[in-house]
Design a binder for this molecule. Structure first.
Ligand code: G6Q
Length: 548
Protein backbone atom coordinates (compact mmCIF):
# COMPACT_ATOMS: atom_id res chain seq x y z
CA UNK A 1 0.00 0.00 0.00
CA UNK A 2 1.54 3.35 -1.01
CA UNK A 3 2.41 5.66 1.87
CA UNK A 4 3.47 8.56 -0.37
CA UNK A 5 0.88 11.31 -0.72
CA UNK A 6 -0.84 11.14 -4.11
CA UNK A 7 0.39 14.59 -5.11
CA UNK A 8 3.99 13.63 -4.29
CA UNK A 9 4.07 10.64 -6.63
CA UNK A 10 6.18 10.88 -9.76
CA UNK A 11 3.21 9.96 -11.95
CA UNK A 12 0.93 12.63 -10.47
CA UNK A 13 3.58 15.27 -10.93
CA UNK A 14 4.20 14.19 -14.50
CA UNK A 15 0.47 14.38 -15.14
CA UNK A 16 0.36 17.90 -13.67
CA UNK A 17 3.01 19.02 -16.17
CA UNK A 18 1.33 17.16 -19.01
CA UNK A 19 -2.02 18.74 -18.15
CA UNK A 20 -0.65 22.21 -18.92
CA UNK A 21 -0.10 21.02 -22.45
CA UNK A 22 -3.50 19.31 -22.61
CA UNK A 23 -5.22 22.61 -21.79
CA UNK A 24 -4.48 23.79 -25.31
CA UNK A 25 -6.00 20.79 -27.09
CA UNK A 26 -9.37 20.64 -28.73
CA UNK A 27 -10.86 17.20 -29.25
CA UNK A 28 -11.96 18.23 -32.75
CA UNK A 29 -8.29 18.45 -33.69
CA UNK A 30 -7.42 15.22 -31.92
CA UNK A 31 -10.05 13.42 -34.00
CA UNK A 32 -8.95 15.17 -37.19
CA UNK A 33 -5.34 14.12 -36.78
CA UNK A 34 -5.92 10.61 -35.46
CA UNK A 35 -8.07 8.61 -37.87
CA UNK A 36 -7.94 5.45 -35.75
CA UNK A 37 -8.82 7.26 -32.53
CA UNK A 38 -11.91 5.12 -31.90
CA UNK A 39 -10.01 1.85 -32.44
CA UNK A 40 -7.19 3.00 -30.18
CA UNK A 41 -9.39 4.47 -27.48
CA UNK A 42 -12.10 1.90 -27.02
CA UNK A 43 -12.13 -1.42 -25.22
CA UNK A 44 -14.51 -4.38 -25.08
CA UNK A 45 -15.11 -6.75 -22.19
CA UNK A 46 -17.89 -8.94 -20.79
CA UNK A 47 -20.30 -7.91 -23.54
CA UNK A 48 -19.73 -4.16 -23.07
CA UNK A 49 -17.87 -1.67 -25.20
CA UNK A 50 -16.36 1.44 -23.67
CA UNK A 51 -15.63 4.26 -26.11
CA UNK A 52 -13.44 6.74 -24.24
CA UNK A 53 -12.11 8.48 -27.36
CA UNK A 54 -14.16 11.65 -26.69
CA UNK A 55 -11.90 12.73 -23.83
CA UNK A 56 -9.12 15.29 -23.75
CA UNK A 57 -6.42 12.63 -23.83
CA UNK A 58 -3.64 11.41 -26.07
CA UNK A 59 -1.33 8.40 -25.90
CA UNK A 60 0.96 10.13 -23.41
CA UNK A 61 -1.95 10.96 -21.11
CA UNK A 62 -2.87 7.31 -21.00
CA UNK A 63 0.69 6.18 -20.37
CA UNK A 64 0.98 8.60 -17.47
CA UNK A 65 -2.40 7.61 -16.03
CA UNK A 66 -1.44 3.94 -16.23
CA UNK A 67 1.84 4.75 -14.50
CA UNK A 68 -0.19 6.41 -11.75
CA UNK A 69 -2.31 3.26 -11.37
CA UNK A 70 0.85 1.19 -11.05
CA UNK A 71 2.51 3.58 -8.63
CA UNK A 72 -0.59 3.59 -6.42
CA UNK A 73 -0.66 -0.22 -6.31
CA UNK A 74 -3.96 -0.87 -8.09
CA UNK A 75 -2.97 -4.42 -9.03
CA UNK A 76 -1.83 -5.68 -5.61
CA UNK A 77 -4.76 -4.00 -3.89
CA UNK A 78 -7.20 -5.49 -6.39
CA UNK A 79 -5.71 -8.92 -5.71
CA UNK A 80 -5.98 -8.33 -1.96
CA UNK A 81 -9.69 -7.52 -2.31
CA UNK A 82 -10.40 -10.67 -4.34
CA UNK A 83 -8.36 -12.75 -1.88
CA UNK A 84 -10.51 -11.68 1.07
CA UNK A 85 -7.98 -9.47 2.88
CA UNK A 86 -9.62 -7.14 5.39
CA UNK A 87 -9.17 -4.06 3.24
CA UNK A 88 -12.09 -2.31 4.96
CA UNK A 89 -9.79 -1.72 7.90
CA UNK A 90 -11.98 0.77 9.81
CA UNK A 91 -14.60 -1.95 10.18
CA UNK A 92 -12.15 -4.89 10.18
CA UNK A 93 -13.94 -6.49 7.26
CA UNK A 94 -13.11 -8.27 4.06
CA UNK A 95 -14.78 -6.93 0.90
CA UNK A 96 -16.03 -9.88 -1.06
CA UNK A 97 -18.99 -8.95 -3.23
CA UNK A 98 -17.01 -10.59 -6.05
CA UNK A 99 -17.33 -13.94 -4.24
CA UNK A 100 -21.13 -13.62 -4.41
CA UNK A 101 -20.95 -14.10 -8.17
CA UNK A 102 -18.09 -16.58 -8.31
CA UNK A 103 -18.63 -20.19 -9.37
CA UNK A 104 -19.18 -23.00 -6.87
CA UNK A 105 -15.59 -24.20 -7.19
CA UNK A 106 -14.04 -20.93 -5.92
CA UNK A 107 -11.48 -21.91 -3.28
CA UNK A 108 -11.54 -19.13 -0.75
CA UNK A 109 -11.65 -19.37 3.01
CA UNK A 110 -12.01 -16.31 5.26
CA UNK A 111 -11.99 -16.65 9.04
CA UNK A 112 -12.66 -20.37 8.64
CA UNK A 113 -15.67 -19.74 6.41
CA UNK A 114 -15.71 -21.65 3.13
CA UNK A 115 -17.08 -18.71 1.17
CA UNK A 116 -18.31 -20.38 -2.04
CA UNK A 117 -20.05 -23.22 -0.19
CA UNK A 118 -21.99 -20.74 1.96
CA UNK A 119 -22.80 -18.44 -0.96
CA UNK A 120 -24.13 -21.25 -3.10
CA UNK A 121 -26.10 -22.86 -0.29
CA UNK A 122 -28.00 -19.56 0.08
CA UNK A 123 -28.36 -19.16 -3.69
CA UNK A 124 -29.89 -22.65 -3.84
CA UNK A 125 -32.37 -21.74 -1.11
CA UNK A 126 -33.24 -18.53 -2.94
CA UNK A 127 -33.75 -20.49 -6.17
CA UNK A 128 -36.15 -22.95 -4.65
CA UNK A 129 -38.14 -20.24 -2.82
CA UNK A 130 -38.28 -18.04 -5.90
CA UNK A 131 -39.53 -20.85 -8.11
CA UNK A 132 -42.27 -21.77 -5.61
CA UNK A 133 -43.54 -18.19 -5.58
CA UNK A 134 -43.29 -17.81 -9.34
CA UNK A 135 -45.02 -21.09 -10.22
CA UNK A 136 -47.81 -20.39 -7.74
CA UNK A 137 -46.98 -23.14 -5.24
CA UNK A 138 -46.17 -20.64 -2.49
CA UNK A 139 -49.62 -19.29 -1.71
CA UNK A 140 -51.01 -16.62 0.58
CA UNK A 141 -53.18 -17.34 3.59
CA UNK A 142 -56.33 -17.91 1.50
CA UNK A 143 -54.62 -20.22 -0.98
CA UNK A 144 -54.14 -17.67 -3.75
CA UNK A 145 -50.80 -17.26 -5.53
CA UNK A 146 -48.68 -14.20 -4.71
CA UNK A 147 -49.28 -11.26 -7.06
CA UNK A 148 -47.36 -8.45 -5.36
CA UNK A 149 -43.91 -8.26 -3.79
CA UNK A 150 -43.13 -5.33 -1.48
CA UNK A 151 -39.42 -4.90 -0.73
CA UNK A 152 -38.96 -2.86 2.43
CA UNK A 153 -35.38 -1.61 2.76
CA UNK A 154 -33.34 1.55 2.36
CA UNK A 155 -29.97 2.61 0.93
CA UNK A 156 -28.06 -0.43 -0.22
CA UNK A 157 -31.03 -2.63 0.70
CA UNK A 158 -33.26 -0.69 -1.69
CA UNK A 159 -31.43 1.03 -4.54
CA UNK A 160 -29.93 -2.12 -6.08
CA UNK A 161 -33.13 -4.20 -5.92
CA UNK A 162 -35.24 -1.35 -7.31
CA UNK A 163 -32.76 -0.46 -10.06
CA UNK A 164 -32.16 -4.05 -11.21
CA UNK A 165 -35.83 -5.13 -11.08
CA UNK A 166 -36.79 -2.08 -13.12
CA UNK A 167 -33.93 -2.52 -15.58
CA UNK A 168 -34.94 -6.14 -16.20
CA UNK A 169 -38.65 -5.43 -16.50
CA UNK A 170 -38.89 -7.27 -19.80
CA UNK A 171 -37.65 -10.46 -18.07
CA UNK A 172 -40.16 -10.17 -15.21
CA UNK A 173 -42.86 -12.66 -14.27
CA UNK A 174 -46.17 -11.31 -15.64
CA UNK A 175 -48.10 -12.10 -12.45
CA UNK A 176 -45.70 -10.39 -10.05
CA UNK A 177 -45.92 -6.65 -9.45
CA UNK A 178 -42.88 -5.22 -7.71
CA UNK A 179 -43.06 -2.43 -5.12
CA UNK A 180 -40.18 -0.80 -3.27
CA UNK A 181 -40.69 1.04 -0.01
CA UNK A 182 -37.73 2.82 1.54
CA UNK A 183 -38.62 6.19 3.01
CA UNK A 184 -39.69 6.57 6.63
CA UNK A 185 -42.13 9.13 5.23
CA UNK A 186 -45.38 7.22 5.65
CA UNK A 187 -46.56 8.39 2.23
CA UNK A 188 -44.19 5.86 0.69
CA UNK A 189 -45.63 2.79 2.43
CA UNK A 190 -49.15 4.21 2.27
CA UNK A 191 -48.95 4.48 -1.52
CA UNK A 192 -47.68 0.90 -1.84
CA UNK A 193 -50.30 -0.54 0.51
CA UNK A 194 -53.05 1.20 -1.46
CA UNK A 195 -52.06 -0.90 -4.47
CA UNK A 196 -51.83 -4.35 -2.91
CA UNK A 197 -54.12 -7.03 -1.54
CA UNK A 198 -53.13 -8.56 1.83
CA UNK A 199 -54.24 -12.00 0.57
CA UNK A 200 -51.72 -12.05 -2.24
CA UNK A 201 -48.83 -9.85 -1.08
CA UNK A 202 -45.39 -10.97 0.02
CA UNK A 203 -43.34 -8.51 2.07
CA UNK A 204 -39.55 -8.77 2.05
CA UNK A 205 -37.94 -6.99 4.98
CA UNK A 206 -34.43 -6.31 3.65
CA UNK A 207 -31.91 -5.01 6.15
CA UNK A 208 -28.34 -6.10 6.73
CA UNK A 209 -28.41 -4.94 10.35
CA UNK A 210 -32.16 -5.29 10.97
CA UNK A 211 -31.91 -2.20 13.16
CA UNK A 212 -32.29 0.57 10.57
CA UNK A 213 -34.95 2.94 11.84
CA UNK A 214 -36.75 3.53 8.55
CA UNK A 215 -36.92 -0.13 7.57
CA UNK A 216 -37.97 -1.30 11.01
CA UNK A 217 -40.72 1.30 11.19
CA UNK A 218 -42.02 0.50 7.71
CA UNK A 219 -41.85 -3.23 8.41
CA UNK A 220 -43.76 -2.79 11.68
CA UNK A 221 -46.43 -0.67 9.99
CA UNK A 222 -46.74 -3.19 7.14
CA UNK A 223 -47.11 -5.95 9.72
CA UNK A 224 -49.82 -3.96 11.57
CA UNK A 225 -51.64 -3.34 8.28
CA UNK A 226 -51.45 -7.03 7.43
CA UNK A 227 -52.77 -8.05 10.85
CA UNK A 228 -55.85 -5.90 10.31
CA UNK A 229 -56.76 -8.46 7.66
CA UNK A 230 -55.20 -11.65 9.00
CA UNK A 231 -53.81 -13.38 12.08
CA UNK A 232 -50.28 -13.86 13.41
CA UNK A 233 -50.37 -17.46 12.21
CA UNK A 234 -50.62 -16.13 8.64
CA UNK A 235 -47.43 -14.04 8.89
CA UNK A 236 -44.96 -16.69 7.67
CA UNK A 237 -46.69 -16.92 4.28
CA UNK A 238 -46.51 -13.17 3.80
CA UNK A 239 -43.31 -11.93 5.49
CA UNK A 240 -39.76 -13.01 4.77
CA UNK A 241 -36.51 -11.36 5.84
CA UNK A 242 -33.12 -10.76 4.30
CA UNK A 243 -30.45 -9.99 6.87
CA UNK A 244 -27.19 -10.86 8.60
CA UNK A 245 -28.93 -10.49 12.00
CA UNK A 246 -30.93 -13.61 12.81
CA UNK A 247 -31.58 -12.44 16.40
CA UNK A 248 -33.16 -9.23 15.12
CA UNK A 249 -35.25 -11.13 12.58
CA UNK A 250 -36.54 -13.49 15.26
CA UNK A 251 -37.28 -10.61 17.63
CA UNK A 252 -39.30 -8.91 14.90
CA UNK A 253 -41.45 -12.03 14.62
CA UNK A 254 -40.20 -13.56 11.39
CA UNK A 255 -39.31 -17.23 11.59
CA UNK A 256 -35.63 -17.68 10.70
CA UNK A 257 -36.77 -20.47 8.33
CA UNK A 258 -38.07 -17.55 6.27
CA UNK A 259 -34.84 -15.61 6.51
CA UNK A 260 -32.25 -15.45 3.74
CA UNK A 261 -28.85 -14.65 5.22
CA UNK A 262 -25.74 -12.92 3.97
CA UNK A 263 -22.50 -11.86 5.59
CA UNK A 264 -20.66 -8.89 7.09
CA UNK A 265 -18.18 -8.90 4.19
CA UNK A 266 -20.95 -7.72 1.86
CA UNK A 267 -21.27 -3.92 1.97
CA UNK A 268 -24.80 -2.52 1.66
CA UNK A 269 -24.16 -0.77 -1.66
CA UNK A 270 -22.50 -3.93 -3.02
CA UNK A 271 -25.25 -6.29 -1.84
CA UNK A 272 -27.65 -6.67 -4.78
CA UNK A 273 -25.81 -9.93 -5.63
CA UNK A 274 -26.61 -11.40 -2.21
CA UNK A 275 -29.98 -12.28 -0.66
CA UNK A 276 -30.68 -8.54 -0.80
CA UNK A 277 -31.37 -9.28 -4.47
CA UNK A 278 -34.25 -11.61 -3.49
CA UNK A 279 -36.84 -9.27 -5.01
CA UNK A 280 -34.84 -9.22 -8.26
CA UNK A 281 -34.67 -13.02 -8.27
CA UNK A 282 -38.42 -13.20 -7.66
CA UNK A 283 -39.06 -10.85 -10.56
CA UNK A 284 -36.76 -12.43 -13.14
CA UNK A 285 -36.41 -16.00 -11.86
CA UNK A 286 -33.44 -17.92 -10.51
CA UNK A 287 -31.96 -18.69 -13.92
CA UNK A 288 -31.91 -15.04 -14.96
CA UNK A 289 -30.60 -14.04 -11.53
CA UNK A 290 -27.77 -16.51 -12.22
CA UNK A 291 -27.16 -14.71 -15.52
CA UNK A 292 -26.93 -11.38 -13.69
CA UNK A 293 -24.27 -12.91 -11.42
CA UNK A 294 -22.49 -14.49 -14.41
CA UNK A 295 -22.33 -11.13 -16.21
CA UNK A 296 -20.76 -9.54 -13.16
CA UNK A 297 -18.36 -12.46 -12.81
CA UNK A 298 -17.25 -12.01 -16.43
CA UNK A 299 -16.38 -8.39 -15.61
CA UNK A 300 -14.59 -9.56 -12.43
CA UNK A 301 -12.46 -11.94 -14.46
CA UNK A 302 -11.63 -9.19 -16.93
CA UNK A 303 -10.74 -6.77 -14.12
CA UNK A 304 -8.60 -9.41 -12.45
CA UNK A 305 -6.69 -10.60 -15.50
CA UNK A 306 -6.64 -7.98 -18.28
CA UNK A 307 -3.51 -5.82 -18.50
CA UNK A 308 -4.09 -2.35 -17.06
CA UNK A 309 -3.88 -0.74 -20.52
CA UNK A 310 -6.90 -2.71 -21.77
CA UNK A 311 -8.70 -3.07 -18.47
CA UNK A 312 -12.11 -1.43 -18.78
CA UNK A 313 -12.77 -0.54 -15.11
CA UNK A 314 -9.20 0.74 -14.76
CA UNK A 315 -9.53 2.94 -17.84
CA UNK A 316 -12.93 4.30 -16.79
CA UNK A 317 -11.46 5.11 -13.38
CA UNK A 318 -8.37 6.80 -14.80
CA UNK A 319 -10.40 8.95 -17.20
CA UNK A 320 -12.41 10.00 -14.15
CA UNK A 321 -9.24 10.89 -12.23
CA UNK A 322 -7.98 12.92 -15.20
CA UNK A 323 -11.23 14.90 -15.38
CA UNK A 324 -11.62 15.30 -11.62
CA UNK A 325 -8.10 15.98 -10.43
CA UNK A 326 -6.60 17.77 -13.41
CA UNK A 327 -9.53 19.44 -15.19
CA UNK A 328 -11.33 19.97 -11.84
CA UNK A 329 -14.70 18.65 -12.99
CA UNK A 330 -16.88 18.68 -9.92
CA UNK A 331 -19.54 16.34 -11.13
CA UNK A 332 -20.17 13.42 -13.44
CA UNK A 333 -23.47 13.08 -15.23
CA UNK A 334 -24.84 9.63 -16.02
CA UNK A 335 -27.07 9.47 -19.07
CA UNK A 336 -28.57 6.07 -19.78
CA UNK A 337 -30.43 6.03 -23.08
CA UNK A 338 -32.84 3.33 -21.92
CA UNK A 339 -35.95 4.07 -19.92
CA UNK A 340 -35.61 0.88 -17.87
CA UNK A 341 -32.24 2.14 -16.60
CA UNK A 342 -33.86 5.22 -15.07
CA UNK A 343 -32.79 4.28 -11.54
CA UNK A 344 -29.20 3.64 -12.59
CA UNK A 345 -27.94 7.20 -11.94
CA UNK A 346 -29.33 7.04 -8.39
CA UNK A 347 -27.75 3.63 -7.93
CA UNK A 348 -24.35 4.95 -9.01
CA UNK A 349 -24.84 8.01 -6.85
CA UNK A 350 -24.76 5.77 -3.79
CA UNK A 351 -22.11 3.41 -5.13
CA UNK A 352 -19.58 6.12 -5.93
CA UNK A 353 -20.46 8.91 -3.51
CA UNK A 354 -20.81 6.68 -0.46
CA UNK A 355 -17.69 4.74 -1.36
CA UNK A 356 -15.40 7.61 -2.30
CA UNK A 357 -17.01 10.60 -0.62
CA UNK A 358 -14.07 10.75 1.81
CA UNK A 359 -11.29 13.20 2.54
CA UNK A 360 -9.11 11.21 4.90
CA UNK A 361 -6.56 8.81 3.49
CA UNK A 362 -5.86 5.34 4.82
CA UNK A 363 -3.07 6.67 7.04
CA UNK A 364 -5.46 9.15 8.70
CA UNK A 365 -4.21 12.32 7.01
CA UNK A 366 -6.38 14.70 4.93
CA UNK A 367 -6.11 14.25 1.17
CA UNK A 368 -4.74 17.21 -0.76
CA UNK A 369 -6.83 16.71 -3.89
CA UNK A 370 -10.52 16.41 -4.68
CA UNK A 371 -12.08 12.96 -4.42
CA UNK A 372 -15.42 11.64 -5.67
CA UNK A 373 -17.30 14.02 -7.97
CA UNK A 374 -21.03 14.54 -7.48
CA UNK A 375 -22.82 11.84 -9.45
CA UNK A 376 -26.19 12.69 -10.94
CA UNK A 377 -28.20 12.27 -14.11
CA UNK A 378 -31.34 11.09 -15.82
CA UNK A 379 -32.35 9.08 -18.82
CA UNK A 380 -32.02 10.34 -22.37
CA UNK A 381 -33.74 11.87 -24.12
CA UNK A 382 -35.53 13.47 -21.13
CA UNK A 383 -32.41 15.20 -19.81
CA UNK A 384 -31.82 16.81 -23.20
CA UNK A 385 -34.95 18.93 -22.71
CA UNK A 386 -33.89 20.07 -19.27
CA UNK A 387 -30.40 20.19 -17.82
CA UNK A 388 -28.40 19.45 -20.97
CA UNK A 389 -28.39 23.20 -21.64
CA UNK A 390 -25.92 23.61 -18.78
CA UNK A 391 -23.89 20.66 -19.99
CA UNK A 392 -23.57 22.29 -23.43
CA UNK A 393 -23.03 25.91 -22.50
CA UNK A 394 -22.70 26.23 -18.71
CA UNK A 395 -19.59 27.70 -17.10
CA UNK A 396 -18.68 24.30 -15.61
CA UNK A 397 -17.48 21.43 -17.71
CA UNK A 398 -19.26 18.25 -16.67
CA UNK A 399 -18.13 14.93 -18.09
CA UNK A 400 -20.91 12.56 -19.10
CA UNK A 401 -21.18 8.79 -19.24
CA UNK A 402 -23.63 7.87 -22.01
CA UNK A 403 -25.05 4.36 -21.85
CA UNK A 404 -26.45 3.07 -25.13
CA UNK A 405 -28.29 -0.21 -25.73
CA UNK A 406 -28.30 -1.26 -29.37
CA UNK A 407 -31.41 -3.45 -29.41
CA UNK A 408 -34.67 -2.46 -27.74
CA UNK A 409 -36.77 -4.68 -25.48
CA UNK A 410 -40.00 -3.62 -27.23
CA UNK A 411 -41.49 -3.88 -30.72
CA UNK A 412 -42.57 -0.29 -31.32
CA UNK A 413 -41.22 0.66 -34.74
CA UNK A 414 -38.95 3.66 -35.15
CA UNK A 415 -38.45 4.66 -31.52
CA UNK A 416 -35.12 3.03 -30.93
CA UNK A 417 -33.34 4.51 -33.92
CA UNK A 418 -34.47 7.97 -32.81
CA UNK A 419 -33.29 7.29 -29.28
CA UNK A 420 -29.83 6.11 -30.39
CA UNK A 421 -29.52 8.96 -32.89
CA UNK A 422 -30.06 11.40 -30.05
CA UNK A 423 -27.51 9.69 -27.85
CA UNK A 424 -24.75 9.70 -30.46
CA UNK A 425 -25.62 13.21 -31.67
CA UNK A 426 -25.25 14.55 -28.14
CA UNK A 427 -21.81 13.07 -27.53
CA UNK A 428 -20.70 14.34 -30.94
CA UNK A 429 -21.98 17.84 -30.17
CA UNK A 430 -20.29 17.89 -26.74
CA UNK A 431 -17.03 16.95 -28.42
CA UNK A 432 -17.19 19.13 -31.57
CA UNK A 433 -19.19 22.09 -30.42
CA UNK A 434 -20.36 24.57 -33.03
CA UNK A 435 -17.80 27.08 -34.16
CA UNK A 436 -18.49 30.76 -34.85
CA UNK A 437 -17.97 30.30 -38.61
CA UNK A 438 -20.59 27.54 -38.74
CA UNK A 439 -23.08 29.69 -36.82
CA UNK A 440 -22.30 32.67 -39.03
CA UNK A 441 -22.92 30.60 -42.16
CA UNK A 442 -26.26 29.29 -40.79
CA UNK A 443 -27.46 32.76 -39.81
CA UNK A 444 -26.40 34.34 -43.08
CA UNK A 445 -28.45 31.73 -44.95
CA UNK A 446 -31.46 32.90 -42.95
CA UNK A 447 -30.86 36.39 -44.35
CA UNK A 448 -30.12 37.97 -40.98
CA UNK A 449 -28.66 41.46 -40.87
CA UNK A 450 -24.95 41.67 -40.06
CA UNK A 451 -25.60 43.58 -36.85
CA UNK A 452 -28.17 41.11 -35.53
CA UNK A 453 -25.93 38.21 -36.59
CA UNK A 454 -22.94 39.49 -34.65
CA UNK A 455 -25.10 40.05 -31.56
CA UNK A 456 -26.46 36.49 -31.68
CA UNK A 457 -23.17 34.83 -32.53
CA UNK A 458 -21.73 34.33 -29.01
CA UNK A 459 -25.02 32.90 -27.76
CA UNK A 460 -25.28 30.33 -30.52
CA UNK A 461 -21.63 29.30 -30.47
CA UNK A 462 -20.67 26.13 -28.61
CA UNK A 463 -17.07 25.63 -27.58
CA UNK A 464 -17.39 21.86 -27.45
CA UNK A 465 -14.32 20.02 -26.12
CA UNK A 466 -16.63 18.61 -23.43
CA UNK A 467 -15.66 15.07 -22.49
CA UNK A 468 -17.84 11.97 -22.48
CA UNK A 469 -17.60 8.20 -22.42
CA UNK A 470 -20.06 5.99 -24.23
CA UNK A 471 -20.77 2.52 -22.90
CA UNK A 472 -22.51 0.32 -25.44
CA UNK A 473 -24.22 -3.01 -24.98
CA UNK A 474 -26.06 -5.19 -27.46
CA UNK A 475 -29.21 -5.53 -25.34
CA UNK A 476 -30.23 -4.89 -21.76
CA UNK A 477 -30.14 -8.43 -20.35
CA UNK A 478 -29.41 -9.84 -16.90
CA UNK A 479 -25.83 -10.59 -18.05
CA UNK A 480 -25.14 -7.16 -19.54
CA UNK A 481 -26.65 -5.41 -16.52
CA UNK A 482 -24.46 -7.54 -14.23
CA UNK A 483 -21.38 -6.56 -16.22
CA UNK A 484 -22.37 -2.88 -16.20
CA UNK A 485 -22.84 -2.75 -12.42
CA UNK A 486 -19.57 -4.62 -11.84
CA UNK A 487 -17.78 -2.23 -14.21
CA UNK A 488 -18.76 0.73 -12.03
CA UNK A 489 -18.02 -1.16 -8.81
CA UNK A 490 -14.47 -1.80 -9.96
CA UNK A 491 -14.09 1.71 -11.35
CA UNK A 492 -15.05 2.98 -7.88
CA UNK A 493 -12.53 0.64 -6.27
CA UNK A 494 -9.69 1.76 -8.55
CA UNK A 495 -10.39 5.44 -7.87
CA UNK A 496 -10.43 4.75 -4.13
CA UNK A 497 -7.02 3.09 -4.43
CA UNK A 498 -5.62 6.04 -6.39
CA UNK A 499 -6.95 8.52 -3.83
CA UNK A 500 -5.67 6.23 -1.06
CA UNK A 501 -8.97 6.13 0.82
CA UNK A 502 -11.09 3.36 2.30
CA UNK A 503 -13.97 2.97 -0.18
CA UNK A 504 -15.83 0.50 1.98
CA UNK A 505 -16.85 2.29 5.16
CA UNK A 506 -19.57 4.96 5.48
CA UNK A 507 -19.29 6.82 8.76
CA UNK A 508 -21.35 9.72 7.40
CA UNK A 509 -24.28 7.36 6.83
CA UNK A 510 -23.83 5.90 10.31
CA UNK A 511 -23.96 9.44 11.73
CA UNK A 512 -27.26 10.04 9.92
CA UNK A 513 -28.67 6.96 11.62
CA UNK A 514 -28.26 8.56 15.07
CA UNK A 515 -28.64 12.30 14.39
CA UNK A 516 -32.43 12.40 14.23
CA UNK A 517 -32.89 10.51 17.47
CA UNK A 518 -32.51 13.56 19.77
CA UNK A 519 -35.06 15.65 17.92
CA UNK A 520 -37.34 12.67 17.57
CA UNK A 521 -37.45 12.29 21.37
CA UNK A 522 -38.03 16.03 21.73
CA UNK A 523 -40.87 15.94 19.21
CA UNK A 524 -42.61 13.25 21.17
CA UNK A 525 -41.91 14.96 24.56
CA UNK A 526 -43.84 17.78 26.22
CA UNK A 527 -41.34 20.63 26.60
CA UNK A 528 -40.09 22.96 23.87
CA UNK A 529 -36.44 22.03 23.33
CA UNK A 530 -33.99 24.80 24.12
CA UNK A 531 -30.61 23.33 23.43
CA UNK A 532 -30.70 23.99 19.68
CA UNK A 533 -30.27 27.21 17.74
CA UNK A 534 -33.27 29.51 17.37
CA UNK A 535 -34.10 28.22 13.89
CA UNK A 536 -34.14 24.56 14.90
CA UNK A 537 -36.14 25.32 18.06
CA UNK A 538 -38.75 27.18 16.05
CA UNK A 539 -39.04 24.40 13.47
CA UNK A 540 -39.44 21.82 16.23
CA UNK A 541 -42.13 23.95 17.85
CA UNK A 542 -43.99 24.20 14.53
CA UNK A 543 -43.88 20.44 14.04
CA UNK A 544 -45.00 19.78 17.63
CA UNK A 545 -47.96 22.05 17.13
CA UNK A 546 -48.92 20.35 13.87
CA UNK A 547 -48.46 16.80 15.17
CA UNK A 548 -50.40 17.58 18.34
C1 G6Q B 1 -24.60 1.02 2.18
C2 G6Q B 1 -24.90 1.80 3.38
C3 G6Q B 1 -26.36 2.07 3.60
C4 G6Q B 1 -27.16 0.85 4.06
C5 G6Q B 1 -28.52 1.32 4.58
C6 G6Q B 1 -29.40 0.19 5.02
O1 G6Q B 1 -23.50 0.71 1.81
O2 G6Q B 1 -24.30 1.24 4.47
O3 G6Q B 1 -26.99 2.60 2.47
O4 G6Q B 1 -27.31 -0.07 3.02
O5 G6Q B 1 -28.32 2.22 5.63
O6 G6Q B 1 -28.80 -0.57 6.03
P1 G6Q B 1 -29.43 -1.93 6.46
O7 G6Q B 1 -29.39 -2.86 5.32
O8 G6Q B 1 -28.60 -2.40 7.62
O9 G6Q B 1 -30.86 -1.66 6.87
Amino acid sequence: MPSTALTATAAFQALTTHHREALSWHMRDLFATQQDRFERLSVSAAGLLLDYSKNRINDTTLELLLALARERGVEPQRDAMFAGDKINFTEHRAVLHTALRAPRDLRLEVDGQHIAADVHAVLDRIASFVERVRDGNWVGRTGKPITDIVNIGIGGSHLGPQMASTALRSFSHPRLNMHFVSNVDGHDLDAALAKVDPETTLFIVASKTFTTQETMMNAQSARNWFLQHATEADLPRHFVAVSTNSEGVRAFGIDTDNMFPFWDWVGGRYSVWSSIGLSVALAIGAKNFGELLAGAHAMDEHFLHAPLATNMPVILALIGIWNRNFFNSESLSIAPYHHDLRFFPAYLQQLEMESNGKRITRDGSPIKVATCPFIWGDVGTNGQHAFFQLLHQGADITPIDFIAVLKPGHNLPGHHAVLLANCFAQSEAFMRGKQAEEVRADLSKEGMSQQELEALLPHKTFNGNRPSNTIVMEALTPASLGALIALYEHKTFVQGVIWGINSFDQWGVELGKVLAKTIQSELSGTSVPERHDASTNALIALAKQALG
